[in-house]
Design a protein around this ligand. Structure first.
Ligand SMILES: Cc1ncc(COP(=O)(O)OP(=O)(O)O)c(N)n1
Ligand SMILES: Cc1nc(C(=O)O)sc1CCOP(=O)(O)O
Length: 524
């Protein structure tokens, strides 16, 4: 029976040891830190040396009751009585290996694409090693990096089978939580473990690194393997509005710093809207500052409206640091359908970091979902939208593993389970540029507040961000659209030119009770 715990799967790499560090000492320390299975990978050793290393490694692993697998060499596995082998796509066939190995031996196989996974299931392997999930310096890759969403799709193929799965390639303590969350399939199939070489082996303190891995893996397990939304009964309108009320007060009380990488058309009005809400904007774009800013800001907004290729580095780094520092990332993929450059960039960004909220119009979200139901023209959506917007946002939220906000005459917001339909707003919002962009700033502001509230009430380290991003997104949309209704009715508002300053003023004086009394919200 496969009783192996694949959680923290160490693949050895003697050539990566820090100067002066003994291989067996390093191995033992990593086992003390929680490594749960070890693969001996010797690409340069001759058979005698491989056998010697494998035998002595097994003696160390036996002390900790940790199973040992052998990379590529079935003969070595048999000779040292290892638990099994790990085979690559061009190594011995699974059937031949099975016929040579003792009954019950474990066989794992590397998979770089979905067909490999299907074949592995047919061949009756015990586990698959899916990689490379990220770029790696440890080996020359012969197939493209898969990315977390690619891993998720491969896990879905394993649904209903007993085959276990680990991801490999560039996995580090710093990206582990993002890796674990990102790799969950739309059917909630999560990884059984992660395989790591350099982050552990190249460390002077492999025990400390392994302990960090173990702690994060346990925290992820504690939240049901990253279930997108903690199970909750249908949220009532009153509960939602009470939480929105808390967030409005929290913003006013704490004035969170909201880092915004946004487009040049709307930067000033976005900053002013943020100030009017009671928060503090910082519109920084220099790649070098992204780490420092992430530590001090409450949330990050990334808006690609006027992005150039030289802006991608800041967006990539900002989102990466935000994930590392558990800060919400609100993503506004402005005009994503307009060009191949935008599509590729958005795909890369969403594969690098996990957004907490994706906000877009129908055309933009259709492009992200790969749907042809709604077209776009530049940054605008064309036509009357989706025939079933609720189902669309729910499915996209599940696919992208975040809250999705579909803006339009009715705004739809989903966490992958529940959908809120918000019917506030005014048509004048469509008569000046960047009204969608300021919704992004507002959502980021209230997501920052949601973190502040969540940090006080939640005690799990397994989440990418604390707090309820669904409520943060609802608050962001509600506050802006209610203020817009009030501003549009003012006598001094003659058109879009006088509306924008009036909107800023109304946001400045808006009270939670205005929002609660005017909110038109349905939950389904
Ligand atoms: C767990 C795990 N997954 C994948 C690999 C890669 O194996 P392979 O394709 O055989 O490449 P080499 O390791 O031989 O370079 C692995 N070793 N372990
Ligand atoms: C051995 C191996 N196999 C890979 C694959 O993609 O199949 S990536 C890889 C190396 C992983 O090393 P690190 O943890 O240092 O990035």
């Amino acid at each position: 029976m496969d009783d192996i715990n694949y959680s923290l799967y160490l693949v050895t790499g003697r050539d990566l040891l820090p100067p002066g560090k003994d291989y067996f000492q390093s191995l033992e320390e990593s086992l003390q830190g929680g490594v749960s299975v070890v693969q001996i990978r010797e690409k340069k050793a001759d058979t005698a040396e491989f056998l010697d290393i494998a035998r002595r490694s097994k003696a160390v692993c036996d002390k900790y009751n940790v199973p040992i697998l052998i990379n590529d060499r079935v003969d070595v596995a048999i000779a040292i009585n290892a638990r099994g082998v790990h085979l690559g796509q061009t190594d011995m066939s699974i059937a031949t290996a099975r016929s040579l190995l003792p009954e019950g031996a474990i066989i794992g196989v590397s998979c770089n694409n979905e067909n490999h996974v299907r074949a592995a299931i047919q061949d009756g392997v015990d586990y698959v090693g899916i990689g490379a999930v990220w770029g790696t310096q440890t080996k020359q890759l012969t197939s493209p990096v898969i990315g977390v969403r690619g891993v998720g799709k491969m896990l879905e193929i394993l649904d209903g089978t007993e085959v276990k799965a680990v991801a490999i390639g560039g996995i580090k303590t710093t990206n582990l939580l993002r890796t674990l969350h990102g790799c969950v399939s739309t059917t909630d199939h999560a990884l059984d473990g992660v395989a790591v070489v350099s982050d552990i082996v190249a460390s002077k303190e492999p025990r400390v690194v392994a302990e960090k891995f173990t702690k994060i893996l346990e925290a992820f397990r504690a939240i049901n393997f990253g279930l997108l939304v903690a199970p909750r009964s249908v949220p009532s309108k009153d509960q939602i509005l009470a939480s929105v009320n808390d967030l409005i007060n929290t913003v006013r009380k704490t004035g969170p710093l909201v880092h915004q990488i946004t487009n040049t058309v709307v930067a000033t009005q976005s900053a002013n809207i943020t100030l009017a809400l009671g928060a503090s904007p910082i519109m920084a774009t220099e790649p070098q500052e992204m780490g420092d800013l992430s530590r001090i800001c409450g949330a990050l907004l990334v808006n690609i409206g006027t992005m150039r290729s030289d802006g991608k580095e800041s967006m990539t780094l900002a989102g990466y640091h935000a994930n590392m520092n558990k800060k919400p990332v609100v993503f506004d993929p402005v005009g994503v359908g307009a060009s191949a450059f935008r599509k590729e960039t958005v795909k890369d960004l969403l594969n690098t970091w996990q957004a907490s909220v994706i906000k877009g119009n129908a055309g933009e979200l259709a492009s992200i979902a790969g749907s042809t139901e709604v077209a776009s023209k530049g940054v605008d959506s064309v036509g009357s939208g989706f025939s079933d917007p609720s189902s669309f946002v729910r499915a996209l939220a599940k696919k992208e593993r975040c809250v999705v906000v579909l803006t339009g005459p009715v705004d739809y917001i989903s966490d992958g389970v529940w959908v809120a339909a918000l019917r506030n707003g005014h048509e004048i919002l469509r008569k000046f540029t960047g009204s969608g962009c300021i919704v992004g700033s507002s959502i980021a502001t209230y997501c920052a507040a949601a973190v502040a509230v969540g940090r006080d009430t939640e005690n799990t380290d397994g989440r990418l961000v604390y707090g309820d991003m669904f409520i943060g997104a609802i608050a962001g949309v509600l506050v802006l659209t209610v203020a817009a209704e009030i501003a549009a009715k003012r006598e001094d508002v003659k058109g879009p030119g006088t509306f924008l300053p009036a909107l800023i003023d109304e946001l400045w004086v808006l009270t939670p009770s205005d929002v609660l009394s005017m909110a038109r919200i349905d939950i389904c």
